[in-house]
Design a protein around this ligand. Structure first.
Ligand code: PHB
Length: 372
């Protein structure tokens, strides 16, 4: 297609997200965030109308290649925005690398996406699994914790979340007395919680998200561990506190977003989200929103012309996120956010920001040639 022809057709955005299951809420939030950003700017990208093609990934890595092929070969989308799940990301990355389709990852933290498997056509607007977890290690050590049990799901995001924390915690002199991995997406936590109670560590460090996070907090309190063994995590654990009463109180988390971040862009974003969806925004909605900002600004810069991919990618690299609800951030050379990591604590059933754990934190981007 020539430049002129490619500026008249609709821009097609494929959304590869889970809309059901334990990560269903995450996919829905990203979907809402990206649509809100684009609607706020007249529902156009670089002057062109927009069409979304939605595929429910079901957070299922086994279906990821065929789902990607459907969007790319059958639907001929201009961009794929997805996925949420790091296992799905591994497969999506391979297809994006083979086909050259531009992939915008609005959540999945799979470290290699912006390390060894980084590529010009792969961008991430969320975080690497290493980033928020690394940031909790020193505060945990400074709090006096020395013996910690870690627990998560047995898949890339679980092991990478725990790994980011464990490596840095050990470097400070702490000890991981046990690492527990639960099959994904199982939420049968009782036996593991009994084991933790018998080990009596100084603290527990965990990663769970979506429905699994809510269930873990509930089971932790119901097993009598709340108030006895401090619970630390990334903010994904405490994203949804509805129905938990005071069970989550005292949980400390690190994340690249805080609900109550006091900046005018966050306040305006949360209000617009509430007005549009009658629901509270959270980190996943922010990541969807910033994916929208990335596409809006890059498409404006190239005046809607997707035919010159090198120019489009260059425009994407240069986008500034000074007005993101999470605070200002920039895209690293490996195409991953360089961003602040905030510390929050649950008090009275609400996440309350208590400080900044890391300023402008960049992923190490190990093995990414573009980052050199
Ligand atoms: C991931 O699979 O990379 C993942 C999923 C849910 C989260 C964070 C990371 O909340």
């Amino acid at each position: 297609m020539t430049g002129a022809a490619s500026t008249q057709k609709k821009v097609k955005i494929g959304l590869l997200l889970p809309y059901s299951g334990t990560y269903g809420m995450l996919g829905t939030s990203v979907d809402r965030g990206i649509r809100l950003a684009i609607e706020q700017r007249g529902s156009k990208l670089g002057g062109r109308d927009v069409e979304f093609v939605v595929v429910n990934s079901e957070a299922n890595p086994g279906k990821a290649v065929s789902n990607m092929q459907k969007l790319i070969s059958a639907e001929k989308v201009d961009f794929v925005v997805g996925p949420i799940h790091s296992g799905v990301a591994m497969a999506a990355l391979k297809v994006a690398r083979q086909t050259g389709t531009i992939l915008v990852i609005p959540n999945a933290g799979l470290n290699v996406a912006t390390r060894e498997l980084c590529a010009p056509n792969i961008f991430r607007t969320s975080f690497s699994n290493w980033q928020p977890n690394y940031a909790m290690a020193k505060p945990a050590y400074d709090q006096g914790y020395r013996r910690i049990v870690t627990i998560s799901w047995r898949y890339a995001a679980g092991t990478e979340h725990l790994g980011g924390f464990e490596e840095e915690f050990k470097r400070h002199g702490g000890q991981i007395v046990k690492q527990i991995l639960v099959p994904f997406p199982s939420v049968d936590f009782q036996t593991y919680l009994t084991e933790i109670a018998s080990i009596k560590p100084d603290a527990v460090y965990t990663f769970f998200g979506g429905g699994g996070a809510v269930k873990f907090i509930q089971d932790y309190a119901d097993a009598g561990l709340k108030g006895k063994i401090p619970l630390l995590s990334t903010g994904f654990l405490t994203e949804s506190l509805e129905g938990l009463g005071n069970r989550a109180d005292g949980i400390r988390t690190t994340l690249h977003y805080a609900d109550d971040l006091d900046n005018k862009y966050n306040i305006a974003f949360r209000k617009a989200f509430k007005d549009r969806y009658n629901d509270e925004a959270g980190v996943y909605a922010v990541q969807g929103y910033d994916s929208g900002l990335l596409l809006i600004r890059a498409m404006e810069a190239v005046k809607g012309d997707t035919s010159n991919q090198a120019a489009l990618i260059e425009a994407m690299r240069k986008v500034k996120f000074q007005d993101s609800p999470r605070g200002p951030w920039t895209m690293s050379k490996a195409h991953n956010p360089i961003q602040n990591i905030y510390m929050s604590e649950v008090r009275g059933g609400k996440n309350v920001m208590v400080g900044t754990a890391a300023k402008a934190l960049d992923d190490p981007a190990t093995g990414c040639k573009m980052a050199k």
